[in-house]
Design a protein around this ligand. Structure first.
Ligand code: MSP
Length: 518
């Protein structure tokens, strides 16, 4: 059996249009999924939409639409934006699907049968924006006597009959689980936050609502629909065929390797979710990774401020791979980050067009002109050449290690260090000068550059698949050799004499019309 890897995005609320936040999580998961596939893993990559709950019900009503028709429309937009961002998810789940209802109700039954659910009455605070319950000690007073959650969401007082999950029984077991699995919550700062929350004492959790209809019906309990987070979290099981634990996908992929989430939804994934799973006799996921939030030119992103970043606008302005690269490079993954057009332009022009684009363009053009448009001879390779190729090989190992910790920007740093070395190598070796004095040596230098580009393109591929396909095509690398094993495999190296197509630029400089003329 091959190695398997299961990664998930959060499922996105369909109360609003897709924006940079959802695109960010999706691209990060995509980069991870592509890296693992290329490294020989059998990958299951899941994304989807979270369609039930009060927030979506109200958004539908505001739009004068029936909730199902509303969610059909919005869910499609999320599917479209994934395709547009070149995200390679293997499945797309909608919580209004029948398979999901089956999974949720089966999980509920298990929780009930194991004695973890009881009927009671909820009286407390609820923030619809977060679809979350809050203890009074977590809230502050806002204007007009409103109570405000730590997230800034307004809370309302709710009193209704409700089923409860006995979360209070799970505090010690959760702490033991975190202790035994130090990498379960990453980064470390989030882990500390979760542990102190759990240590502060767990209260039972209300897991059904009677105030709304738009949800998965609780089995044998007319009037109750499931609390949207219980239903939403279950999506990660639904997609594997749960409740059939003999389903091939379930056996291959559960427990999930990484649930990628934003920092705002760690509590649901790192506290409630493992508690539900353990209570149902299922294994918790191996990791919950919480990334940071983007601001826009220093400001919090919000619909009311009108500064939401539209992924379509970004891609149409700067290019798809440029946007994917920026999102993964600009911020150490896990930290908050700021989007600015200046930073976007700087990265596009200096790191993509100059550092990598020029390296490829000048190497391939010299090969095209001086080596008969074929892979040059490697007969006269010297130590410096081998040293450069070793740098590229080392970058692969470094990237592999960093990917194990979702340290995407650090992996790019390591790769760009090699690109820097390669650019210095071109300047030092000056192959244009060798053309007359030592043509065989020129061939070896150009071979080294082409081979270095091949190795780098493979390692960069998960971040920017279209552009790297273009580069690999210019090196005539067959699709079967587009793997990470091929980076270091002797029999995958470029073969001197192989015909190469005419090179074309991969990364155009960003030059808006008004500045291009200057
Ligand atoms: N539906 C829940 C998730 C259920 S998963 C079982 C949800 N949906 S959401 O659409 O509101 O948010 C989805 C993701 O987008 C979250 O991980 C959130 O952190 C992320 N982002 C929303 N705005 C963001 C930024 N400004 N920056 C980065 N990510 C942000 O929560």
């Amino acid at each position: 059996m091959s190695k398997s890897f299961y990664i998930t995005t959060p499922i996105y609320y369909v109360n609003a249009e897709p924006h940079i936040g959802s695109a960010y999580t999706s691209v990060a998961c995509d980069v991870m999924a592509r890296f693992k596939r290329m490294d020989g893993y059998q990958v299951m990559f899941l994304s989807g939409t979270d369609e039930y709950g009060q927030k979506v019900e109200q958004a539908a009503a505001k739009n004068g639409m029936d909730p199902q028709a509303f969610t059909d429309k919005l869910s499609q937009k999320f599917r479209d934006v994934l395709a547009f961002m070149n995200v390679s998810n293997d499945d797309f789940i909608r919580t209004t699907e029948d398979r999901h209802k089956t999974a949720c109700q089966a999980l509920w039954k298990r929780l009930e049968e194991s004695g973890n659910i009881y009927l009671g009455k909820y009286a407390g605070w609820y923030a619809m924006r977060d679809e979350a319950y809050y203890g009074v000690d977590e809230l502050r007073d806002g204007p007009n006597g409103k109570k405000i959650a730590p997230s800034g969401a307004e809370c309302e007082w709710v009193e209704e009959p409700s089923y409860f999950f006995k979360l209070s029984d799970w505090g010690d077991k959760l702490l033991k689980f975190y202790d035994e699995n130090p990498d379960f919550i990453m980064p470390q700062s989030r882990r500390n936050e979760v542990i102190s929350f759990v240590k502060s004492g767990m209260h039972d959790l209300s897991i059904s609502r009677t105030a709304l209809r738009w949800g998965v019906p609780v089995p044998d309990a007319p009037g109750h629909v499931m609390y949207v987070w219980l239903d939403a979290l279950t999506n990660y099981l639904t997609a594997l065929g749960f409740p059939d634990q003999n389903a091939e996908k379930f056996k291959t992929f559960w427990p999930a390797d990484v649930h990628m989430v934003g920092k705002d939804i760690v509590r649901f994934h790192a506290v409630y979710w493992p508690a539900f799973l353990m209570a149902a006799g299922l294994q918790p996921p191996k990791r919950v990774y919480a990334h940071g939030w983007w601001t826009n030119e220093g400001q919090k992103i919000s619909k009311s401020l009108g500064n939401v970043i539209d992924p379509y606008a970004l891609v149409n302005t700067y290019g798809l791979d440029q946007t994917r690269y920026f999102l993964m490079r600009e911020v150490p993954f896990g930290n908050d980050g700021d989007f600015s057009h200046d930073a976007m332009i700087r990265r596009t022009n200096s790191e993509l067009a100059n550092d990598l684009g020029n390296l490829a363009q000048r190497s391939l053009s010299m090969i095209n002109k001086n080596c008969n448009a074929t892979v040059p001879s490697n007969a006269r390779m010297a130590d410096t050449d081998h040293a450069l190729l070793r740098d590229a090989d080392n970058a692969l190992q470094t990237a592999r290690d960093l990917f194990e910790r979702q340290a995407f920007s650090k992996a790019l740093d390591a790769i760009w260090e090699v690109i820097g070395n390669a650019n210095r190598y071109v300047d030092e070796q000056a192959p244009w000068g060798l053309k007359k004095t030592d043509p065989e040596r020129m061939q070896a230098v150009l071979y080294t550059l082409a081979e270095c580009l091949r190795r780098l393109a493979l390692i960069i591929w998960p971040f920017m698949p279209d552009s790297m396909d273009k580069l690999l095509d210019q090196l005539n690398v067959p699709a079967s050799n587009k793997t990470l094993a091929a980076v270091t495999a002797a029999n995958c190296q470029l073969v001197p004499g192989t015909a190469l197509p005419v090179p074309t630029g991969i990364f155009p400089r960003y030059a808006p019309a008004e500045t291009a003329a200057q």
